[in-house]
Write a protein that binds this ligand. Structure first.
Ligand code: GUN
Ligand code: FE
Length: 470
């Protein structure tokens, strides 16, 4: 749940056809001695008709299975710019770094190389589902679709609709009609290319300042038409104060940024709004009443100096919230980095006057990175957790071994002398290591705060092994 992480210390998960069929716990469903049986025999004993060939994964010590991470907002096209933002803030950053890079991806060879690297790195960091922005070019966007299909990640692929004359002339849709038409083309391309529905198109008005009223209206109609197919929409909202002021000037007839999207029927339960740092109370109410979700992108908010979002306010209001890396506004493709940044940002918000309750716990950060994201992307009950009936989108996390030791051999689940909880500390060079005393809650906290892609040892999407490092 949002506040509780259930840890199964020893058990068996049976997956077939990509679906979790059973979870059995040692001590509840079978005994410690049963657990020593050959796996096929054990599953038979537990009532399974094992006719299919089995692949057995025995999970080593200090490793654990976890739901795959969900990135609700990432620009695959901006991957080569990771770490490049200088001291710019949003609007300057877009013009100086972002549009030149994105427009260069009309070269299909370059696009394929960039998208392949981005999706690979995202998978290696344990992201099993991602909502991507590609570029304004339909051709380049469809290349991202092909890459996702080939590499096996679950995802949404959005072509940036952007026809406003505020956009550089060399990088924009030539008319509102073209903005809507090319969006349609990319959504249809996904549907045709991936019949399984693992990779889907998503309507993507880049953000209000980059779209004309006619384009927003047309995209709103497209979104309504796609309701039966569960078609989603993603965009940016209230990321930066100057952007908010810009929207006010461009759409004076609307009382707020959120109202602009609502006016064109773009605020729906299938809408993902990135950032939302500066939303007013009224806007939060509106978003809640429309059932839209928010992609919290704290890594990016820190990098571009956009501000710290008060995520507790959204959670308390019952707004759906997930995490986004927002590459390359965010400097890291790792959702775990976004999760810890969410923790840090929340502490800053708390100290800034919103109070202790605003702090996000380890469990909540990991919930945002998994189940929260699944809700935002309309995948609740399907992915984001390890439960019977859910899809096997999962990661194997390892905390020990070379080169990255977060936790020693031997889960003693108790403190060696003097180390744990107020003890005297490690004996350097002595028998006692600085690791090895942690309980599972502590191991998970260490993973969140100091883990990286090296801890991700295997990744499955829809039951298929898509990344393996052991
Ligand atoms: N607003 C409009 N476009 C973008 C983008 O590419 N990144 C971010 N972070 N905000 C945006
Ligand atoms: Fe973004």
């Amino acid at each position: 749940s949002q506040t509780n992480l259930e840890i199964v210390k020893h058990g068996t998960i049976h997956v077939s056809d990509g679906i979790i069929r059973s979870i059995h716990r040692v001590g509840e469903d079978y005994s410690e001695s049963d657990s020593l049986l050959p796996p096929s025999q054990l599953l038979r004993m537990l009532g399974y008709d094992i006719t299919e060939p089995l692949t057995i994964w025995e999970i080593p010590e200090n490793h654990f299975l976890f739901p795959g991470l969900i990135d609700t907002h990432i620009h695959a096209s901006q991957y080569p710019n990771l770490g490049l933002f200088g001291k710019t803030t949003l609007l300057e950053w877009l013009n100086k770094y972002t549009y030149p890079l994105e427009s260069s991806l009309t070269d299909p060879v370059r696009a394929k190389r960039v998208y392949t690297q981005c999706v690979n790195r995202s998978l290696q960091n344990g992201t099993t589902t991602a909502a991507y922005y590609a570029t304004q070019s339909a051709r380049s966007t469809n290349i991202l679709t092909d890459v996702l299909i080939n590499l096996g990640q679950r995802g949404f692929v959005g072509r940036c609709a952007m026809d406003s004359d505020l956009q550089p002339e060399s990088y924009r849709d030539e008319s509102p009609k073209a903005a809507v038409h090319d969006t349609k083309v990319c959504v249809a391309y996904c549907k045709e290319a991936d019949k399984s529905g693992r990779v889907r198109g998503i309507i993507t008005p880049r953000f209000a300042p980059s779209c004309s009223r006619d384009a927003l209206r047309g995209l709103g109609r497209l979104l309504a038409d796609g309701e039966k197919d569960g078609l989603l929409c993603q965009t940016h909202i209230s990321e930066n104060k100057r952007e908010v002021a810009l929207v006010k000037g461009l759409f004076p007839e609307c009382s707020s940024y959120a109202e602009v999207y609502d006016t064109y029927n773009l605020l729906t339960p299938r809408t993902v709004l990135a950032h939302g740092v500066h939303l007013t109370e009224e806007e939060v109410e509106l978003i809640k009443s429309k059932g839209s979700g928010v992609s919290h992108c704290p890594t990016s908010n820190m990098a571009l100096g956009s501000g710290n979002m008060w995520v507790r306010r959204l959670l308390d209001k019952g707004v759906k919230v997930g995490l986004g890396t927002d590459v390359s506004g965010g400097h890291d493709v790792n959702v775990l980095e976004a999760a810890r940044m969410a923790c840090f940002a929340s502490r800053s918000v708390a100290e800034g006057g919103k109070g202790e309750r605003s702090k996000i716990s380890v469990e909540e950060a990991l919930w945002l990175a998994t189940r929260g994201g699944a809700e935002v992307l309309g995948l609740k009950g399907k992915v984001g957790g390890l439960e019977v009936g859910m899809v096997w989108d999962a990661i194997l996390v390892g905390l020990n071994g070379v080169p990255f030791n977060l936790c020693g051999e031997g889960d003693v689940n108790g403190a060696p002398n003097g180390i744990h909880h107020g003890g005297k500390g490690a004996k350097i060079g002595g028998k006692v290591d600085i690791f090895g005393w942690e309980n599972w809650e502590e191991k998970v906290a260490k993973w969140l705060y100091s883990g990286d892609d090296r801890n991700i040892r295997a990744v499955w999407v829809g039951g298929k092994l898509v990344c393996r490092k052991m």
